[in-house]
Design a binder for this molecule. Structure first.
Ligand code: NAI
Ligand code: MG
Length: 359
């Protein structure tokens, strides 16, 4: 019997090209430490939707529960509206499995061009921790007086003490773990308590309470507008940045943008209490514009696989993948077109596997 059983959901477009490379890297690294993964394949996608009228079966979320983790590519394909593919699969998986922390590391890798001039890898190295199941993205609200000149729309944000406390505690845990690895180990809170007068002062209060639970950790906080500017002008200030669902969403796209290509950006959706399997997916989507050509960058999926092994406690295998990925990025012949290279998806994945086997 394998040590882990992982659900593999490549989804649509380049998800089907990069997930196999992430799996190869994971298998190679686990082989080096004498462990095995059994992959369970699920073809849920926009094709499933076209054939059945659903992105996944009615019991889809329940079927994920008997896996140790979920490894997902991307969903979305022309012909199926994006809100249908997203709310038909990704959102139910995140919410019903209560994957409350969305974690996106941002690192400028050697060999990867950054839009920020003159920055070194040491200066751009932080993690965005986004609240993933409440906040501004709630389904509470509606419209009234539709079609009349009094037409109005209401959207009710939801901030709970439990929701704020657990995401902030998780951010402090990430900072402590980073500190132990020689990084800054600081937590920055994204707020907007000057303009949003109910939820954001509450968020700030809960941040004060979290600070008291984690004495000794350096902290600061910024309003979201200036924080966005600082990501660009002073990325070296940041280590762990915690934000609500909306602020975290914005910051976790801005972060990878300052560190170079979306083709390398990884993400985890975590239930840190481990009651549910956590879900790991590259930040990028299904990229219909390049799908089928074999040129997608597999590094985001490879880095995501490393995050998954780390979460499963396979720290050594995760480290093997990270170092192999750095070696592949530094090698001109292994870089894909989004990084200015000419390598195919497969060749880039081969370089990662070869570096793992050499290690
Ligand atoms: P996208 O991330 O798919 O593509 C944006 C741009 O980045 C495209 O030009 C694409 O070619 C490029 N790109 C993305 N990943 C790349 C990689 N690994 N290597 C090289 N280039 C890469 O975002 P877009 O175009 O907004 O969305 C396309 C579809 O994906 C939509 O249906 C959208 O809803 C879906 N999507 C799904 C996500 C998910 O499943 N988590 C996340 C984002 C978008
Ligand atoms: Mg986003």
């Amino acid at each position: 019997m394998a040590d882990y059983r992982i659900a593999s959901l490549p989804g649509d477009g380049i998800g089907r090209e990069v997930i196999p490379e992430g799996r190869r890297a994971a298998d190679a690294a686990m082989a080096r430490v004498g462990r095995t993964i059994e992959w369970a394949d699920y073809d849920w996608s926009c094709e499933t939707y076209a054939a059945t009228g659903r992105m996944m079966p009615e019991d889809g979320v329940a079927r994920m529960r008997d896996h140790d983790a979920i490894f997902l590519g991307a969903v979305g394909w022309p012909g199926v509206p994006d809100h249908v593919s997203l709310w038909g699969m990704l959102i139910p998986l995140r919410r019903e499995l209560d994957l409350f922390a969305n974690v996106r590391p941002v690192r400028l890798m050697p060999g990867v061009p950054s839009p920020l001039a003159g920055r070194t890898p040491e200066e751009v190295d932080f993690v965005v921790v986004r609240e993933n199941v409440e906040g501004e993205y709630s389904s509470i609200g509606g419209r009234i007086y539709g079609g009349t000149e009094h037409e109005a729309a209401y959207q009710q944000a939801v901030f709970t003490r439990r929701g704020c406390d657990r995401i902030m505690d998780y951010a402090f845990e990430v900072a402590a773990a980073r500190k132990a690895r020689g990084k800054r180990g600081k937590v920055t809170s994204a707020t907007k308590s000057n303009g949003i007068v109910h939820t954001m002062p509450f968020w700030d209060e809960r941040f004060e309470a979290a600070k008291a639970r984690h004495p000794g950790t350096p902290t600061d906080q910024f309003h979201i507008d200036i924080l966005c500017a600082r990501f660009v002008t002073n990325p070296e200030w940041f280590d762990v940045v915690v934000g609500s669902n909306l602020f975290g969403d914005i910051l976790s796209d801005l972060g990878p943008a300052v560190a170079g290509s979306i083709g390398i950006a990884p993400a985890a959706n975590l239930d840190s209490t481990r009651r549910s399997p956590s879900m790991f997916e590259p930040v990028h989507g299904s990229a219909p514009d390049i799908a089928g050509k074999g040129i997608a960058n597999p590094i985001a999926a490879v880095w995501t696989a490393a995050m998954m092994l780390e979460h499963l406690g396979e720290t050594e295998a995760a480290g093997l993948i990270e170092r192999a990925m750095e070696a592949a990025l530094a090698d001109d012949a292994a870089r894909t077109a989004d990084l200015g290279g000419t390598a195919t998806t497969r060749a880039s994945g081969d370089a990662v596997v070869a570096a793992i086997e050499r290690a």
